[in-house]
Write a new protein. Structure first.
Length: 325
């Protein structure tokens, strides 16, 4: 079922569109900031720096089109200028982060999304929610289409993140239906690239840092669980196209090239020239066994598909991590 926004698409009356990005100093938020500035937007970035870092946007210091506000998005958002787009990216996003910050994770997904939607409503702005493939849980359908409702353990250790995002999707569409806010929802699958935090617990920085130190690569279970990895520039381009589209229901953005975690570990060892071996550990609770996006909607509606090969993206990511290990 396709749901278009109610009424005409927002008409930008200013010469320069204004975008607000929550989580602007995070991995994805900072890359989105770069793209929007290159495409002529003024950007107002908001981040409380709990998991983000000013280092991610330090290269933009002095840019007249960027204003940064250090603030928790769960608090009232006051912006004293017109706003055309609100991009809600604020949230802990790695297992280490949301397991250490479960309440903050739930608050940013609920209260933070509410505040960001309130800002969009008051400004007459278009709103995009950065949701996640985690809303599918440990999927029973493969690959995962947007129509799949998921298989989530609400009371498990990952529930704080999964349910925060599921609630965020629900309130986003409630604002669309009740208040006629133009909304977009992107379900982000595994993404990698420069500016990931070295010790955030996700598989890409974990494997690369271990390989560069010639330490054993930690593989959970037998490494037969599958993942698909999308380079960050591909992801951000897809998200930009979604915001500029007229489609209001969730859209998967990710790379459908699927591989086992063990195969991925072996590729990291090859690309780094590491002497590392594989170390097997017990599989964490509720760790998804399969994860692969069905990107039929993105291909059809956005004319989008990933273009960066895995080897090329990993080479650039390894280059970023080398001096930081």
């Amino acid at each position: 079922m396709r749901m278009k926004t109610t009424g005409k698409a927002k008409k930008i009356t200013q010469a320069t569109p204004v975008s607000v990005i929550t989580g602007a100093a995070g991995f994805l938020g900072s890359h989105l900031t770069d793209l929007l500035l290159k495409r002529g937007h003024k950007v107002i970035g908001i981040d409380n720096l709990v998991t983000g870092s000013v280092d991610n946007i330090a290269h933009l210091a002095g840019n007249r089109n960027l204003r940064f506000i250090e603030q928790d998005v769960t608090e009232f958002l006051f912006i004293d200028s017109p706003v055309d787009y609100v991009w809600h990216f604020a949230s802990p996003a790695s297992p280490i982060d949301y397991l250490e910050l479960p309440i903050q994770t739930l608050k940013v997904g609920s209260l933070g999304t509410h505040k960001a939607l309130g800002l969009a409503k008051s400004k007459g702005a278009r709103f995009l929610l950065a949701s996640t493939s985690e809303i599918y849980g440990d999927p029973l359908i493969h690959p995962q289409p947007e129509e799949y409702w998921g298989n989530v353990n609400t009371v498990g250790p990952r529930g704080c993140y999964d349910e925060a995002k599921r609630f965020a999707e629900a309130i986003t569409l409630a604002y669309h239906r009740e208040h006629k806010v133009e909304t977009r929802i992107v379900r982000i699958f595994n993404t990698y690239g420069p500016r990931m935090r070295l010790h955030d617990g996700r598989v890409v920085p974990a494997f690369i840092s271990q390989a560069l130190k010639n330490k054993p690569l930690t593989v959970f279970g037998k490494g037969q669980q599958t993942r698909s990895f999308c380079y960050v520039s591909d992801l951000i381009e897809g998200i930009y196209r979604l915001m500029m589209s007229d489609y209001s229901l969730p859209v998967n953005i990710g790379n459908p090239h699927e591989m086992t975690v063990l195969e991925f570990a072996q590729e990291i060892i090859r690309l780094t020239g590491s002497r590392s071996r594989i170390s097997y550990r017990p599989l964490p609770q509720d760790d998804p066994k399969q994860r692969k996006p069905d990107i039929t909607k993105a291909r059809k509606l956005l004319k989008w598909a990933p273009v960066v090969p895995l080897r090329q993206g990993l080479t650039q990511t390894i280059r970023y991590f080398k001096p930081r290990v």
